[in-house]
Design a binder for this molecule. Sequence first.
Ligand code: ZN
Length: 179
Amino acid sequence: MALRPILSYPNACLKEKARDVANLTGTESTLITDMVETMYAAPGVGLAAPQVGVSQRIIVLDVDHESPGTRLITLINPVITEREETIVWEEGCLSVPDFTADVTRARRVLVTGWTPDEKEQSIEADGLLAVALQHEIDHLDGKLFIDRISRLKRDLYKRRIRKLQRQGKTPPARTRLSI
Ligand SMILES: [Zn+2]
């Protein structure tokens, strides 16, 4: 097991559409173990493989950090098959340090995918879990939550990051759970 570095905006890997997983080998199972450890250490409620530089359709989530592991979800090749109603949630992201914004998403979703032991899995989710699933699946499509906010807000964030980069600084550490 090992922690993997989390890539941040504007790393190009975060803009790529990730590939479907066709075979689950030792490489993928090591990746999944590392992703889970990296997510809890961050701390975050979810992590997608592209965030650690692997362009494959794998996500891990745990929205219950009070008792880590009991609600851990690992999904391979996840697909959203149903969406109901809308919800606005203030989102943050491990790959978008020091920034949060309100994002509108579906309040309830049905997501299907595969478990690491190759069983088909369906998850009905609402609230934070629904938001987190949509946020992670967006990562697999090369999308960040800042792509879902107004251009004006996004531009403010981009300018702040460019300024920090010019000054050779990195954004301050996060203080809240990110997705
Ligand atoms: Zn994220």
